[in-house]
Design a protein around this ligand. Sequence first.
Ligand code: RIB
Ligand code: CA
Length: 314
Amino acid sequence: MTHARKVILDCDPGHDDALAILLAAGNPAIDLLAITTVGGNQTAAKVARNALAVSGIAGLSVPVSAGCQRPMIRELSVAPEIHGDTGLDGPPLPEPRGELDPRHSVDLLIETVMAHEPGEVAIVATGPLSNLALAVRKEPRLTEWVSEVVLMGGSYSRGNWTPAAEFNIWVDAEAAEMVFSAGWQKLTEVGLDVTHQALATPEVRERIRGIGSELSRYVDELLDYFTLSNADHQGFEFPPVHDPVCVAALIDPSVIGTREAFVGVETRGRWTYGMTVTDFDGQLGEAPNAQVAVSLDHGRFWDLVIEGIAALPR
Ligand code: RIB
Ligand code: CA
């Protein structure tokens, strides 16, 4: 068994972020060091509380922090249409166990990475990129210390929050531009082109119910809500469970296929703010800055998610 990947998860729980936490907690290939949260699906306070609660039911004892309360320039836009007023609407919210780490997410990110050797820690970002942008400005050595950034965001086809932009990028496109241009050792972008294949179909839901634990029942009720909200607001028959794809890709890189590209984030377009302009063919004359996910092995993905949930405290 190779060593587990040391990972920091920066997220905005959010139903699919919650499943990303559970997968990271349940798979032995991931050594989750910290959960940093950022305002996005809901306010910074709500997503921090949610992360603490989900971390508790997952049996984790890692630091959980609150982060940026708003984007770099714009006001925060949350997504109650999808995640509800609490950010984890549907089943009763588990009570948080313990307290938040007193540090801001930017500082927890920096201190956790810099406490390890260069190349030891990977960052998974499944919310707006406000924390990561400020962290790499405050500590530029992050680009040398962090082995890989895997982020859920963007799309080379079309958006989900506007015709051009995906939500995580659209909330804070300036931060996304700072992250995509920072010069990481490796940056993998997992966008809608791939996560729209990670659908919680009735077969998947049956397998999750088949785990038969209190936790799997909670996940099933989360997905009940997520199914209805994605149908009502996004027109999906079955909901795309975006964020765990990033964790699965760290566990087993074969889960996604990628292509190298230059990704430019639009920050000035009247109609295209937040668009991830993806140049696979060098047409813009810019050096590639990302590995962009272009395919998903959704069978392997759901196997990992279900195994991860089944491995957690009953
Ligand atoms: O567009 C989907 C992304 O936005 C997911 O990360 C979801 O949790 C929301 O943050
Ligand atoms: Ca998210």
